[in-house]
Design a binder for this molecule. Structure first.
Ligand SMILES: [Zn+2]
Length: 483
């Protein structure tokens, strides 16, 4: 929106270097047609057509004639190639490069998105990174590129990345709320925030309990956008701005990365931004419980029993399983205006990382149709997800002798599943209001993402640091339904 991204240009100008895209199967034939000097140059540089490989080829004058970039075989079909151009961004010297005019639309758009994501830098504390970002390579786009989509998505992902990577000292509950408020204002969304003691008065006891030990007051961020009559999509993000583990304190290695424990909130804000900027025909609501799980004389304790907005009581088996507590109150509120679709994002369990690793977003859903849409979106947008089961028999692992349920499982296994089952308790509407039986309330379509929100290692277009995992898959699924 507004200004155009620095990494793109519309006009080639006379200094733009043409990109030549080759695939492994087409490579030898293409090469055989080249002048001998160019073949020799490719050989001398040991150029192999592995996707992402890129090489500048000079003219006889020594000036660049073109740059060859190897891309995936099927860069045109169902799953376009996002990352080969992103790799080229890094591999080629700084310059101005022109996408070939005959690149098919979906592939051109994917390539441009990869390029934009590769040009991202986290610049807040490092002037040299800022200069790098401002002064990087430029891709000259073709008419085929859906530029507003690419720029909106790249900016939405950058928002999420920036929020996650920003240290907790500058990204507490108040700063997260300020960011949400500014985003809401930009898109004329209705914003409110319930803060501190008001959480108790307005019925969010678990958000208050988790956040009350910090000098930075807990809060519930809540904004609504779009036509009130449109299908209701509600996004809920875990906003634990720093997670010390509470009294069941995390060891140093486990606490190290906990500035990213608001990754779910950041992804939800990025996704909301994308939905609003794209003007999808939905009534969007965003709910973010924003807290710091801290330690003080007022901290909640192991074996405390908390009230919840839903009325269930929750025994605390471990204060480090706090994300599900704050999410539960937000999910209960979300249900109150009967959304059609609910998605929550949370850096919830280490168990999800054990199951699928750090580069795949684990998700759970009570709807096969929604799960299929998310899987299709993941495939189309190169944003890998994997569905795990809401296996009901494991619910007994959350049984408590003194309360409706415990916040942790009584065993070491299946921790991502039991966390999801905990949330599901709060997604199923309370049946006590509907005694007649005929129209027993049903839960809305719901998916819960348990994500890393962090790139452990740099990959093309995905630098090390905060990452908006699942954002593209979720956006594609929502657009398919309500675009
Ligand atoms: Zn925790």
């Amino acid at each position: 929106m507004g200004t155009e991204m620095k990494c793109f240009a519309r006009k080639a100008g006379k200094d733009a270097v043409p990109l030549v895209l080759v695939t492994a199967t087409g490579f030898e034939d293409w090469k055989a047609e080249l002048p001998g000097a160019e073949q020799a140059w490719l050989d001398a540089n040991d150029f192999k057509p592995r996707p992402g490989a890129a090489l500048l080829v000079p003219a006889l004058s020594g000036a660049p004639a073109y740059a060859v970039v190897a891309v995936e075989e099927d860069g045109t079909g169902e799953s376009p190639d996002y990352w080969s151009l992103a790799a080229a961004y890094k591999a080629l010297p700084k310059g101005r490069y022109a996408l070939p005019a005959d690149t098919p639309g979906p592939q051109a758009t994917a390539a441009a998105l990869g390029w934009a994501l590769a040009s991202y830098r986290f610049t807040r504390y490092k002037p040299s990174a800022k200069a790098e970002e401002k002064d990087g390579s430029i891709l000259v786009l073709t008419q085929e590129v859906d530029r507003s989509f690419v720029e909106n998505l790249a900016r939405s992902m950058a928002l999420a990345r920036d929020l996650i990577t920003t240290p907790a000292s500058d990204m507490g509950p108040a700063e997260l709320a300020d960011t949400a408020k500014a985003l809401a204002a930009e898109h004329k969304a209705k914003f409110k925030c319930v803060t501190g003691e008001a959480l108790l008065k307005q019925g969010f006891p678990m958000i208050h309990a988790v956040g009350r030990a910090s000098v930075r007051a807990p809060r519930l961020i809540d904004f609504t956008w779009g036509d009130a009559k449109a299908p209701k999509v509600t996004l809920i993000g875990k906003g634990v701005c720093f997670d010390s583990g509470g009294l069941d304190l995390k060891p140093a290695a486990g606490m190290m990365m906990m500035k990213k424990d608001m990754g779910g909130a950041a992804i939800v804000l990025g996704l909301a931004r994308m939905i609003m900027a794209s003007k999808l025909k939905v009534r969007l609501r965003v709910l973010i419980p924003a807290v710091e799980n801290s330690v003080s004389g007022d901290a909640f304790r192991p074996l405390d029993v908390l009230d919840s907005r839903k009325g269930l009581t929750v025994e605390i088996g471990n204060t480090d399983a706090e994300g599900r507590l704050v999410l539960a109150d937000a999910l209960t509120l979300a249900l109150e205006d009967e959304p059609d679709l609910m998605l929550d994002f949370a850096t919830l369990t280490g168990a999800a990382r054990v199951a699928v690793g750090t580069e795949i977003s684990a998700f759970f859903s009570n709807s096969d149709a929604l799960a299929a849409d998310l899987e299709d979106g993941a495939e189309a947008m190169a944003d890998p997800v994997w569905r795990l089961p809401l296996h009901k028999p494991y619910r007994r692992m959350l049984d408590s002798k003194v309360a409706s349920l415990n916040n942790i499982s009584n065993g070491p296994f299946g921790g991502a599943i039991t966390a999801a089952l905990f949330l599901e308790e709060f997604v199923t509407p309370a049946s006590k209001d509907h005694d007649d039986g005929d129209d027993a309330p049903t839960a809305p379509e719901w998916a819960h993402f348990d994500i890393m929100a962090w790139n452990q290692r740099p990959r093309p277009g995905r630098p090390e640091g905060g990452e908006a995992m699942g954002l593209r898959a979720a956006y594609a699924a929502i657009r398919k339904r309500y675009g």
